[in-house]
Design a protein. Structure first.
Length: 277
C-alpha cells in the first residue's frame, strides 16, 4: 500500500482554532479554519472570524493578533455551526494537538448553542504523530515546521496553522512510510495506543474478535466493558471517555451517534452503572 492510499476517497481536512485562552471548558473560538480536500479530491478552504461574546484577554491577542475590534461585528459561533458540522462530521481531521484542544473546545461551542457536536471519522493529530515517531523536541508546530522546511510566517493564524499541520503530516508520511501502510483507522489506533491495540496478536484478542453491541459494530463488548471501534476515541472503553469528553458521550447517546435504539438503551445502562459507582 502506498502511504497516500490510506487517505484516498476520504474528506481530509486540517483544523485549527484561535481562541480566547487555553481552557477547553471555558474559552471561546475567535477564528476557525478548515482546509484540505473533499472525497473527490476537490480542494476546500474555509475560515471565519467568530464573535466570542466576551473580551479577548490581552495575552491571547498577543499570541494570535486578533483584537476585540476584529470580532465585534462578526457572527456568533451558532451562525457557523451547521457549516462546521457538515465539514467535520465523518471527515479525517488533521491538526496539531487537535484531539486534546481544538475538538474538545469545538464540542463545547456546539453544546452551548444546543447542538450535537460533529464526529470525525478519524483524527490524525500531528503532535501525537511526532511523539509516536520519536521526533526530537521541541514538538510545538513552529519548531517541527522549521525542522521540515515548512513556511509558517503567519504562525497562530488559524488558516496558516491548519495548512502547516497538513504539510507536516505529508512530510512525516514521506519520511516514515511504514506506519502508514495500513487503514486510516489503524493509523489512528497506532497513534493513540502504539502497535499493541486493535489487531489480533500474541498479546490477546483484536477488535474484530469482540462481540458487537450494535448492528454497525461501533461498540464492542469486552468482558463487562464496552469499547468504541470508531472515531477519535477508538479503542477506548466508554468508562474512560465519560469524564474526559462528556460532549462526545452526549452525542454517542443520540440517534446521530448510535443509531440502534436497543443498543443505545444498553449503552445508557452501562454509563449509568459507571456514574453510580
Amino acid at each position: 500500500m502506498m502511504v497516500t492510499e490510506m487517505l484516498s476517497g476520504h474528506r481530509v481536512l486540517a483544523l485549527d482554532l484561535e481562541t480566547t485562552g487555553v481552557s477547553t471548558n471555558r474559552d471561546r473560538v475567535v477564528q476557525i479554519a478548515l482546509l484540505g480536500s473533499m472525497e473527490n479530491d476537490s480542494p476546500i478552504t474555509w475560515e471565519a472570524l467568530v464573535n466570542p461574546q466576551r473580551p479577548i484577554p490581552p495575552g491571547a491577542s498577543a499570541v494570535h493578533g486578533i483584537m476585540d475590534s476584529d470580532v465585534r461585528e462578526q457572527p456568533l459561533f451558532s451562525a457557523f455551526s451547521q457549516k462546521i458540522f457538515d465539514l467535520i462530521d465523518g471527515a479525517v481531521i488533521v491538526g496539531h494537538n487537535v484531539r486534546r484542544f481544538d475538538l474538545p473546545l469545538l464540542d463545547k461551542e456546539f453544546l452551548r448553542c444546543g447542538k450535537i457536536p460533529p464526529s470525525p471519522k478519524v483524527v490524525i493529530d500531528t503532535l501525537e504523530l511526532v511523539r509516536r515517531l520519536k521526533i526530537a523536541r521541541p514538538h510545538r508546530l513552529s519548531a517541527q515546521c522549521q525542522r521540515y522546511g515548512i513556511d509558517l510566517r503567519n504562525a497562530h493564524d488559524a488558516a496558516a496553522d491548519a495548512a502547516a499541520s497538513l504539510l507536516l503530516l505529508w512530510k512525516l508520511m514521506q519520511e516514515n512510510p511504514a506506519p502508514f501502510r495500513r487503514s486510516i483507522e489503524d493509523v489512528e489506533s497506532w497513534l493513540m495506543h502504539g502497535d499493541v491495540r486493535d489487531d489480533a496478536s500474541e498479546l490477546g484478542r483484536g477488535m474484530d474478535d469482540l462481540e458487537t453491541l450494535d448492528p454497525l459494530g461501533r461498540i464492542r463488548i469486552d468482558g463487562e466493558g464496552l469499547v468504541l471501534s470508531f472515531g477519535r476515541h477508538r479503542g477506548k472503553d466508554v468508562s474512560q471517555i465519560i469524564d474526559e469528553d462528556s460532549g462526545y458521550i452526549d452525542w454517542l447517546l443520540s440517534p446521530n451517534g448510535i443509531e440502534d435504539e436497543q443498543a443505545r438503551d444498553k449503552l445508557k445502562e452501562y454509563i449509568s452503572s459507571i456514574r453510580n459507582r
